[in-house]
Ligand binder design. Sequence first.
Ligand SMILES: *[C@@H]1O[C@H](CO)[C@@H](O)[C@H](O)[C@H]1NC(C)=O
Length: 272
Amino acid sequence: MATVGQIIFYSMVTLNVILAAFIILILSLAFSKSTSKVRSSNTKPVANLGEDHILSCYIPAEIQQNSLSVVLVSWEKMDLGPIYRYENGAPALDGQVSQFKGRAQVFPDAVARGNASLLLRSVRRSDEGEYACSIRSSVGQGKVSIQLRTAVFSAPTLNFSNSILTSEASRWFPKPDVTWLNQTGKVLNASTRFTEVSAGIYSVLSTLQSAQVSETYSCRIENNLVVAVTEATITGTGVLGRTFFTFSLASTLLVSFYLNLITGVLCIFHVV
Ligand SMILES: *[C@@H]1O[C@H](CO)[C@@H](O)[C@H](O)[C@H]1NC(C)=O
């Protein structure tokens, strides 16, 4: 008769093996993708609504040969159809989806070097979705898919007077959260006011009381797609600020799934 301890031990081991196999499967899927001849430097970009955005798609330099010639570039939006075609050195736009007329183009010089990145002008909400970029060339052909998401984000402007530090950003969508931290990473009390400036788009005014000269504070404005971290240093004469943007890489669901999986596996290793 197996003891309870043994049963637990063997079921842990079994679970462990299953999870390991699962991770190997995920890794091999990830690797098989990267053997395609066509890549994108960002397959999950977040575009700022109303601004131009470049969707990245190219043949990496290391697999190009001296005489690369690109025969065909084709961009497609999966739910709508063809949005841009570039064939034998010229645009071929018959059948182009109307939403993209006059708003999409490749860079001819770049195409000659295997770079088929697409410039999308004045991004709209309806541009969100899945795109496929295909390149046919003398070194072979390939395809990459890109998931475009849209948001509105802007760097805040800072102001300091009478010990009050304010951070004011003109346009955010979806509505963000604002957090202030000091240099040791402690969350500070602050108050934030949101004003809806147009449908769903908010301006942000956040106020930190009793801020001190020569201290550095960090103001984090974030929603599910974009994080803007502004480092504000109060000097004798004003505030110096720098803002860094980072973008969510995948759907949060997928990220938390991977994380759960990894922590799950780590826990099991720990127990065993
Ligand atoms: C491809 O071309 C675009 C547009 O000029 C540029 O922004 C991008 O950095 C290029 N990518 C590569 C990998 O060369």
